[in-house]
Design a protein around this ligand. Structure first.
Ligand SMILES: Cc1cc2nc3c(=O)[nH]c(=O)nc-3n(C[C@H](O)[C@H](O)[C@H](O)COP(=O)(O)OP(=O)(O)OC[C@H]3O[C@@H](n4cnc5c(N)ncnc54)[C@H](O)[C@@H]3O)c2cc1C
Length: 292
């Protein structure tokens, strides 16, 4: 049996207190939220910070609310809370559906949306989803103004984010889908975490694809928006989307996602997966937007 290294948990009540603690303990300290990633890292001996700054009591980091045309989701909200939230189910059911397939029930009960994004594991459902949805995060350190950062700029690479020292992710903001739009998120997993995630946000007007936002994740070092793939979708006949345009979008998405070889497969295999899954996701999203 592995013994965890000794550590002290400091419970912060405000962002100011958390930043003070992080400043005071410096390189010895790390933020603790649900602990599903952090305690695994300790368990495998990859980290042994003696001071953990627990942020779960901080009111500013809690809650799910409608904020104008957006949803605001506090950083410490768990996957399970999002999945079951009546507000999310009413205003963005695709977000609840995506959360329902994150990990397993234990991970969803304990793990948070903020912890998922801050850990920046490349195999993330919410990061891919939120890029396609045009989401952003608010980050703040005590005593300073909040910074708002689009998700694609926040997640910089494997286990790397735009957070500055002493800063916390405070909330996630996601625009509510407009009428006539549909959102589809799909993944494939061979192990615990997704091997590929594809999300598409499609708007149909006058029987044609008026707008498409596409994101691909989990195959490369970070999730990306596949802007070149979106260009193949603009103007498509929504009743009979041209299969060659969907295939071209898949090729462009595979190019944008820059797959890396790992235990989920070779670069060539992942490019193929991205192509196939992108075509299916987009086809499904166009059909759903047509009926929306
Ligand atoms: C078995 C298993 C299966 C999984 N399957 C999936 C899956 O299918 N899809 C998927 O997307 N994810 C999956 N995950 C990842 C899961 O979503 C994350 O583990 C979880 O969301 C992390 O949240 P947490 O609160 O536990 O983070 P913690 O472990 O508490 O923290 C993670 C990291 O983020 C930092 N941090 C946390 N919150 C903040 C904040 N507000 N501000 C600044 N820094 C912060 C911590 O310092 C730490 O470095 C899986 C994980 C496991 C263990």
């Amino acid at each position: 049996m592995t013994t965890l290294p000794r550590f002290t948990v400091h419970r912060a009540q405000t962002v100011e207190e958390a930043s003070d603690l992080l400043d005071r303990f410096g390189d010895d300290a790390v933020v603790l939220c649900g602990g599903t990633e952090l305690l695994l890292v300790y368990h495998f001996g990859f980290a042994d910070y003696p001071d953990l700054v627990d942020i779960k009591d901080i009111e500013e980091l809690r809650g799910i609310a409608v904020d104008g045309d957006q949803l605001r989701i506090g950083a410490t909200v768990t996957h399970r809370e999002i999945e079951r939230s009546p507000i999310v189910m009413e205003h963005f059911p695709a977000l609840a559906a995506m959360e329902r397939h994150v990990g397993n029930i234990r991970v969803r009960n304990q793990g948070t949306i903020g912890g998922n994004l801050c850990f920046a594991d490349p195999h993330s459902d919410p990061a891919t989803f939120l890029i396609a949805a045009g989401g952003a995060v608010t980050v703040r350190r005590g005593g300073a103004d909040a910074r708002r950062i689009p998700i694609e700029s926040f997640v910089r690479g494997p286990f790397e984010t735009a957070l500055e020292p002493g800063e916390l992710l405070v909330a996630v903001h996601v625009p509510r889908p407009r009428p006539g739009t549909a959102f589809v998120h799909r993944k494939m997993s061979f192990h615990e975490r997704p091997a590929i995630t594809v999300a598409a946000h499609v708007a149909v007007a006058g029987g044609r694809v008026a707008e498409a936002r596409l994101a691909v994740g989990s195959v490369g070092v970070a999730p990306v928006r596949a802007a070149a793939a979106e260009e193949h979708l603009a103007g498509l006949d929504a009743a009979r989307p041209d299969p060659s345009a969907l295939a071209a979008a898949g090729v462009a998405a595979a190019e944008a996602s820059s797959p890396v070889a790992d235990s989920n497969g070779s670069i060539e295999y992942k490019r193929h997966l991205v192509g196939v899954l992108t075509g299916r996701v987009v086809d499904e999203a166009i059909a759903a937007a047509r009926g929306a």
